[in-house]
Every structure is written in structure tokens, then in C-alpha cells.
Design a protein around this ligand. Structure first.
Ligand SMILES: CC(C)(COP(=O)(O)OP(=O)(O)OC[C@H]1O[C@@H](n2cnc3c(N)ncnc32)[C@H](O)[C@@H]1OP(=O)(O)O)[C@@H](O)C(=O)NCCC(=O)NCCS
Length: 200
């Protein structure tokens, strides 16, 4: 079984030199259920810019030798777009008080070695190291029907893992984002639910 032999962090502007790797991984991994994302390089270029421009951002890289086989991102919510901030504002939570976790994407051959836990460990440690008095850690996960016909046989949702990491789903905090699903000609609006954990 191939192994990840290094996990390392890059910060802020350093994200620029990993843009192509992050795009490659997001497009490959998010093709899978539940995201079913039909990757779009134009969007990927725009997406990485938020991390490049945010001094508080971090990208955790999982390496097999010199090859990046997984990545996980995070940044202060204040540096995200309005769509991400709005559900917090509606709950009376100031975006400045939230550190937001973007995606975790790891090639299938490297799963089950504890890298997903290390992605959380590194991002949580970075949030606390920034000294910005964040009150919450948060991420958003796409909502799928339990009987979605596209759900593969034997698929295990990550809910148990996320609960174990101390996160709680917040059914009142929903964000809508458009993307083109595999097999569709046009983008459709997808609903994502936020999960929160105290950062104090
Ligand atoms: C999320 C992801 C990065 C986790 O990577 P990983 O290295 O396999 O995770 P770990 O080995 O640290 O395992 C984490 C937990 O996942 C759970 N898990 C293990 N195999 C699993 C599987 N096949 N399906 C679902 N959960 C599983 C376990 O509960 C494990 O926790 P435990 O070891 O404390 O019991 C990886 O599965 C992935 O890239 N998935 C596709 C993209 C995705 O859905 N990302 C999350 C939202 S952005």
C-alpha cells in the first residue's frame, strides 16, 4: 500500500505555488460521490486566490516522496466570500470570530492511514496559533438524500468522524453554492450544511 511519508503546511502567499496540485486533487476527488463535481479550471484558479490573498490561510499537504497526494485548506472566515459568511451573520456570529476549514482531499490509495485526522490536527493548531481569538472552527458539507441513487454501495458518510473530531451539525446554517455535477450540462445549486466546534 502506498504511504504518505510527510505532512507539511504552507501559509498565505505560498499557496500560489501549489495551485495546480490543489486543482488536480480537488477535480479528481470531488468527482466522487457526494460532491460529483465536474471540475472547472477557471473556478479553481479563482478559488485558490482567496488562500493566496489571506495572510491567515494554511494548506496542509500530504506527500508521497515529492508527489502531493492530498491537501487540506483553511482560512479565517473573514477572508471567504459573502455566501460563506451569511449563515453566521444570520445567527449573530461575527465572521471575524470564525476560522473556516475548506476541503480535505486525499487520493483513495492513501486513505485509512490517519491522514484525515492529521489534516484536522494541523488546521486546528494553525487556527489557535494565529492569536485572533477565534470562537469557532467551522466547515460545510454537501447535503445528500439518504436514498440518493448516485450513492455508491458501501459508502460511509463522514459524520461519525466529524462528530469524533468534536464538530456538531447546524441544520439552521445552510449555504447554497452552484457547481456543475457530473452528467449535467448546467450548474445546479447545491445545499451545504455547516458544522461547528468551539475554538476556545
Ligand atoms: C476525508 C478524507 C481526507 C479522510 O482521509 P483518511 O486519511 O482516510 O482519514 P483517516 O484515516 O484519518 O480516518 C478518519 C476517520 O474516517 C473514518 N473512516 C475510515 N474509513 C472510512 C471510509 N471508507 N468512509 C468513511 N469514513 C471512514 C474513520 O472513522 C476514521 O476515524 P477513526 O480512525 O478515528 O475511526 C478522505 O476520505 C477523502 O479524501 N475523502 C473524499 C473527499 C471528502 O469527502 N472530503 C471531506 C469533505 S471536504
Amino acid at each position: 500500500m502506498p504511504q504518505v511519508n510527510q505532512v507539511k503546511c504552507v501559509f498565505g502567499e505560498e499557496a500560489a505555488s501549489h495551485a495546480a496540485d490543489l486543482a488536480r486533487l480537488r477535480i479528481a476527488v470531488f468527482r466522487e460521490y457526494p460532491y460529483l463535481y465536474d471540475g472547472d479550471m477557471a473556478y479553481e484558479k479563482y478559488y485558490i486566490q482567496q488562500y493566496v490573498q489571506s495572510p491567515g490561510s494554511v494548506i496542509v499537504l500530504a506527500m508521497d516522496g515529492d508527489t502531493i497526494v492530498g491537501a487540506s485548506t483553511a482560512l479565517p472566515l473573514a477572508d471567504e466570500t459573502q455566501a460563506f459568511k451569511q449563515p453566521f451573520i444570520e445567527q449573530g456570529i461575527a465572521p471575524a470570530k470564525v476560522f473556516y476549514f475548506g476541503e480535505s482531499v486525499l487520493l483513495p490509495a492513501y486513505r485509512g492511514q490517519g491522514i484525515g485526522h492529521r489534516f484536522f490536527d494541523q488546521r486546528e493548531a494553525h487556527a489557535r496559533s494565529l492569536d485572533q481569538d477565534f470562537e469557532y472552527l467551522a466547515f460545510a458539507a454537501v447535503i445528500r438524500d439518504a436514498d440518493d441513487p448516485r450513492r455508491p454501495e458501501g459508502y460511509r458518510p463522514h459524520d461519525v468522524f466529524w462528530n469524533k473530531r468534536g464538530f456538531t451539525p447546524e441544520p439552521e446554517m445552510i449555504m447554497q453554492l452552484p457547481w456543475k455535477e457530473i452528467g449535467n450540462e448546467q450548474e445546479t445549486v447545491q445545499s451545504l450544511m455547516f458544522w461547528l466546534k468551539s475554538c476556545t
